[in-house]
Design a protein around this ligand. Structure first.
Ligand code: AVI
Length: 335
């Protein structure tokens, strides 16, 4: 039986001294000083936020997860066929609890592939969940997890790059939370960390009927609202603020022009909030929004353009039955 291990990249190992709390405070100060005000979706994922996102993935209206499960189940053999002949790493960027990737891993172990699973996630709890899930369901699969942010994880990957090829998964439409310039920069950074011939499987939520998008991000159970509002709870807890959560509401809307679902926290009243760690008071007018998240939706050709502009060749496009979601398979081209 293989034993799942993981290492937590401390800031020094990651090559960057970082005081996350200070960075959080500075980002909140900057965002709330802008007009319109904004907070970065990067800060959603404290422990409670990661739990709420796991709950979102089970919400029926949030079709993205079910679509991607279906793709990985239907197309596992085609997605992995170019790699299964020799030992390789399956690197999972933003693995979460690893539920999605189980589809691929089950297929790979069933065909006797020599694969090492390398989940990378910011949450140590998520990493423990992945390790437990894999050791229960696939006890012989070697797992070498990394608890780190994407960029630190990529740095680690680059430093330890072995001769083995890698298939890097960037699933769940995580790329959709970047704007186009950020997405391109991220993919180029990934390209730099990889070798010629490595593969990337990237998940894109496709443009579709706007009513479907709206209900996915405004579920009637209020899970998405709780996920968005948790950002204020986090600021209260970590930055000594006094946001009264009952005076805020979640609002998710789609912009046909930018092609993104946009999430906001909207003030229900004129109010003043003190943030202790920043030593500043912020005024909010009734119905003033704070922008919190973009979730960009793609056309096939937008995804293709992104691949070609960042140094990849397109190897395959895999869809669910309804073609609501795309997992794009790309090859790193360096020579
Ligand atoms: C993590 N990310 C891809 C999710 C999304 O769809 O943008 C986060 C999320 N926000 C609201 N619901 C889910």
């Amino acid at each position: 039986m293989a034993v799942a291990t993981w290492e937590v990249l401390d800031p020094v190992t990651a090559g960057r001294l970082r005081d996350e709390n200070r960075e959080f405070a500075m980002d909140v100060l900057q965002g709330l000083s802008e007009r319109p005000k904004r907070l970065s979706s990067r800060w959603f994922y404290d422990e409670r936020g990661s739990e709420l996102f796991a709950d979102i993935m089970d919400v029926p209206q949030y079709y993205l997860t079910a679509c991607e499960h279906e793709i990985l189940e239907r197309h596992a053999a085609d997605i992995t066929q170019s790699l299964v002949g020799a030992p390789f790493n399956l690197v999972d960027l933003g693995a979460g609890d690893g539920r999605k990737t189980m589809r691929l891993l089950q297929h790979l172990t069933s065909v006797g592939a020599d694969v090492t699973y390398v989940p990378i996630d910011i949450s140590e709890q998520a990493m423990a969940d992945v390790a437990e899930r894999v050791s229960k369901e696939l006890p012989d699969l070697p797992v070498r997890g990394i608890v780190a942010e994407y960029t630190d994880g990529l740095r680690w990957l680059q430093a330890r790059s072995s001769d083995k090829p890698s298939l890097v998964l960037f699933l769940g439409s995580n790329i959709g939370n970047f704007n186009k310039a950020q997405a391109r920069a991220f993919l180029r950074r990934l390209w730099t960390a990889l070798k010629d011939g490595d593969r990337v499987l990237a998940g894109f939520d496709l443009k579709k009927d706007i009513d479907l998008l709206l209900s996915a991000y405004n579920d009637p159970q209020g899970v998405t609202a709780a996920f968005n509002l948790n950002l204020l709870t986090r600021i209260n807890a970590e930055l000594g603020a006094d946001f009264d959560i009952s005076k805020w509401r979640h609002f998710g809307t789609y912009s046909v022009f930018s092609g993104a679902m946009e999430s906001y926290l909207v003030s229900r009243a004129d109010q003043e909030v003190t943030i202790g760690a920043i030593g500043q008071k912020f005024q909010f007018d009734a119905w003033e929004p704070i922008h919190t998240e973009y979730s960009y939706k793609y056309l096939d050709r937008d995804a293709d353009d992104l691949a070609l502009a960042s140094g990849y060749a397109i190897e395959g496009r895999f869809y669910d039955r309804r073609a609501w979601f795309l997992d794009a398979l790309w090859r790193v081209v360096k020579e």
